[in-house]
Design a protein around this ligand. Sequence first.
Ligand SMILES: C[S@@+](CC[C@H](N)C(=O)[O-])C[C@H]1O[C@@H](n2cnc3c(N)ncnc32)[C@H](O)[C@@H]1O
Ligand code: SF4
Ligand code: SF4
Length: 484
Amino acid sequence: MSPQIVSLDSLTASPSARRGGCASSSCGTSAPPADIDAATWEKIKDHPCYSEEAHHYFARMHVAVAPACNIQCNYCNRKYDCSNESRPGVVSERLTPEEAVRKVVAVAAAVPELSVLGIAGPGDALHDWKNTRATFEAVRKVIPDIRFCLSTNGLALPDHVDEIADMAIDHVTITINAVDPKIGARIYPWIFFDHKRRTGLEAATILLERQMLGLERLTARGILVKINSVMIPGINDHHLPEVNRAVRARGAFLHNVMPLISDPAHGTHFGLTGQRGPTPAELKALQDRLEGGAKLMRHCRQCRADAIGLLGEDRGQEFILDRLPETVAYDPAARDAYRAFVAAERGDRGAARDDALRCIDAVADDARLLVAVATKGGARVNEHFGHAREFQVYEAGPKGITLIGHRKVDAYCMGGFGEDATLGPTIAALDGIDTVLCAKVGDCPREALLAAGITVTDAHAYDYVETAVGKVYAERFGRAAAVA
Ligand SMILES: C[S@@+](CC[C@H](N)C(=O)[O-])C[C@H]1O[C@@H](n2cnc3c(N)ncnc32)[C@H](O)[C@@H]1O
Ligand code: SF4
Ligand code: SF4
């Protein structure tokens, strides 16, 4: 099977959405959000992880060139692999740098949304620095405008900051789960440092010190740093506000608090010893508590180390090595055209969002609504309920309309028929949601969701998400007239 070519129309696939022309005075521009300076916006405006807004439009790909790791985390087992599973550290095939370059060029030729190449394991990008560097250097020669991104536990980071800066790697993620070694020792059984394996408090103390040093050195060089923290109930959940303060003080750009995944089938220490992950409500409560500190990332999908596509979709299986031609010619025209399309969409959507926010402003009290949106990109309500593999969750309230997370589900509709067995888990996954927005929904799931207290509607199909959420909010709280 050859890779599927993405069409711009697939994002805006309705006559009303393809309205041509431009409703906004800011058409064709993409001005930075109020809290971001112009230089930073230039670095993040096409990075789907560093900008929530960009993640509606731009794709990343990870290449699995870094299999080895210099530490052990109690939640990680890189030996377990399943092509159907989306989880960090999981890959279908490990690549040499040469194979990785072939894959990147093939993806860039077929996926015009591609803007970022990341190395996130399956081990540690800096422990396997030779492979990481060789991959980035070779890709840069073929695709000069692609952004580079890497993820590390931080142990080797202080030694590589100069090279990272020299190679124009603008985005680095460090996983920091604790700033107190006593808590760290419950997460990391060992590290390998300075030719020796170290355990217990000594291991955690060294690792945490190296993480902070690496963070300070990166931010001093103007590199944008995202901190990942895995939320582990009973171990570091109460401690993450302290982590948030510590990384903010050292200039971290984003803090991404992710839920622990600990299925016993994965064979991790935490999975096998019954350590649970947080519920969506617990994760949201912690993230809400952290608001006002280091800026939060709330749209992370905890991707595989070989993920390809928009966040929330994974097209990795389309591009496994066996399916790629030996040589692929790269032509930047499709990516250039896509960027021009996005610039126009952004202007249009910005104007629509301003309209939507006016109806939120119109409601003075503390009325809140949690809305789950079925979307396949482009910041529009454009996915059928039965085809959705995730719903993006928006909170509408006095502070505006904000993406606060997502809920993964199994697609309800297989080959044209709804599967009632799938609907139960979908309803459970939508716990706490008031309304679901989608492009199309059948009577059967609509009634089943209603019986569970969740309304679902396709009345706002192909609207921008904020426009649709604003309308639902206004209808619910009696200000329908506020949104035209
Ligand atoms: C697979 S790691 C690769 C990069 C690097 N070795 C690191 O740990 O930062 C990518 C991210 O996945 C996270 N991760 C791995 N296993 C996880 C799990 N079971 N639950 C939640 N996050 C996990 C890590 O903490 C890290 O932030
Ligand atoms: S540092 Fe990353 S790759 Fe290494 S054990 Fe931890 S999660 Fe796995
Ligand atoms: S794991 Fe999170 S930060 Fe990394 S590529 Fe996926 S969405 Fe972005």
